[in-house]
Each structure stands twice: as C-alpha cells, then as structure tokens.
Design a binder for this molecule. Sequence first.
Ligand code: MTE
Ligand code: MO
Length: 361
Amino acid sequence: MGIWGKRDDMIVHQTEPYNAEPPPGALVDPVTPLDTFYGRNHAPIPRVDGASWRLRVDGMVDRPLELSLDELRRRFPERKVLATLQCAGNRRADLVEFRDIPGQVPWGPGAISTAWWTGVSLADVLTEAGLQAEAAHIAFTGADLSQDADPPQPFGASIQVAKATSSEVLLAWAMNDQALPIVHGAPLRAVVPGYIGARSVKWLQRITAQTEPSDNYFQWEYSLLPPEADPHEAGPGDGITLGPVAIHSAILRPGKGARLPSGPTEVTGVAFAGDDRTVTRVDVSADGGTTWVHAALNAPDNPWTWQHWRASLTLPAGETELLARAWDSAAAVQPESSATVWNPKGYANNAWARVHVTCDR
Ligand code: MTE
Ligand code: MO
C-alpha cells in the first residue's frame, strides 16, 4: 500500500503536500474505491482531534452555532449523495504541452473521482442557524495552514447562497460508508457537487454567512485568467472565479500509448457534465474527427455524478489518435483543443480527450 492508504500505482506528483492521482484505467468503476480516489492538498495534512473539534456557524445568522460531531449527527437528518469531485487543475499536463505553466502540479486526467458521501445537508444547518435574507455567500474555512498564501492562511472557499441551500451540498463525515479518511478531510468536510473540487473544503472548522465572496487566497486563486495575464500580478477580482465544472470527458481504455491489434476495438471512458447538468451524448473518433461513433452512455445516477460510456471502433494498422467529445444537457460541447483553452494558471482544461495508440496488423 502507498502513503495515505492509497494503491501502489498512484501517480504521486508530490508527497508534501500530498498530491496524487490514480492511473486513468483505474477509474472504470462507477464508485471510486477509497484507495484510488485522487488527493489534492495545498498544505500539510492537519491532524484534527475529533473529540475536541467543533464546527462554528457564524456571520449573518440569527443563532450562531457551535456543534460537535455528535450534535451534528443527532440534530440533523442524515443524507447520502453520490457525487463526483474534479480538480480544476485536472489535465493541466495537456495545457503545458502548448505553453509551460511553472510551479503548478502537472495533473494528468486522473484528478477526478466519485464517492458516496454521508453527512448532513448544509441547508438544514443554515436553517437551524437562522440564515439572514441579506446573506449572499457561504464561506468555508479549513484547519490546514497553507504557505502558498502570503501570509500563510487556512484553506478556504465560498459558494453562493442559492447553491449552499440546495439539498445536495453536504457536510460529510463518511465516504463510501467508511469514516472519512484523514487525507480526505476528517472529521468533517464540505462536499459541493458539480463544482470544482476546491470548493469542497476539507477539515472544515467554520461556516460563515456573508454579503461578499470569501476573501480567502484560494477563493480567488482558483480563477480563469486571460492568456496574456501574469499570474503573479493577479489578485482578487481578476479573472473568472471558478465554480461549476464544464462538460468534460476522458478515455479510460485503451490507455495512452497502448499497443493493440488492429480491427474492432472497445473504447471506454467517462464523462462529467458539471453543475446540475447531465451528459447527453459522447462521440468517439479514430479518424481525426472526420467521422464520429456515438458511444453507449450510462444513465446518470443523479446530476452530480460522472457517466461511463463505451463504443466499438475499427482501428487501422499503424498509429491512431482516439478522440472523444461529450455534450451536456445545455447542448454545450467540449472545445477541440487544449491550445484554445490555455490559461496562465492551467485550470479547467475540458478539451476533447485524446489517446494515442499503435495497432499491429
Ligand atoms: N480543503 C482544504 N482544507 N485544503 C485543501 O488543500 N484542496 C481542495 C479541496 N479541499 C483542499 C481542500 C482541492 S483543490 C480539491 S480538488 C479537493 O479538496 C480534493 O479533495 P480530495 O483530496 O479529497 O480528493
Ligand atoms: Mo483542486
């Protein structure tokens, strides 16, 4: 077993802080096993003592709360949601091929995973606290101290009240029916389905209702800058703050660089629509996009979960690039090339999936 209970073949980009993704072929299961789920951290993993830990709910609420894990369990109905988390930096490596992005984790296509999350609905907790009508944003603060921010600060994020009061947003203490692992945020984390992973704050300590978005470094750091911007000069208010994930797909099998016989070949993959949209079609091509085959697509479990797909393609002998592009329920389609979505911090690369294979005759 690898560190943090992960499988041996995890692709570990960094050990401190721990940043690791599974090999793409490991994502074929509808629910990702705990040892396979990607890990994304901006700071050393904090050890939070569950017994003395309290969740504070404050800001624009009539009744500020301080809750132990026991109180959370007793006072609110338990909820369970299957949801996909995807890091905004997923597939940054494909962007780097066009232009370098220094100092950022070179994620492949594996910074995406799906789990059953169990906890309470954030909406229920906000109702109990008496959320005031003027509150527009709900901010989360974690317990880990990141040196990325100057001065160092805990990881934080915020989401708008409309999302925060939707039933799918959880405060979760279990993952795949097991106690939430430390590396995934124990004792409690936020789970914001359909949004970039960075909004699902781990080691959650504080929830604040406020009029403005969080001023935490990571709230504005996760933004899309125009290509010509200097990321070191950018600050709050620059760029497009990332929230809902955009339509995305990945080819899981065959793997990158695979050698296989020519002829009929099964190609499998996964697509994720993001926000509360669903995937409506996946097209696969082996001739550079001149002709496309429609993949058989699994029905979504709910709008916040990825959908697996499969297609049969006849591959010629020699070198072939397999392409996949997904469409969502708003008729949005993935852009053709990573070059067109390149941005200085390397976020939100949702270009067509491409896998190069070699076929023997
Ligand atoms: N929460 C805290 N407290 N610290 C972090 O570094 N990373 C965020 C988010 N929540 C992070 C955090 C990012 S960028 C992602 S993609 C997800 O957690 C990853 O969740 P996972 O490590 O459980 O896969
Ligand atoms: Mo992330």
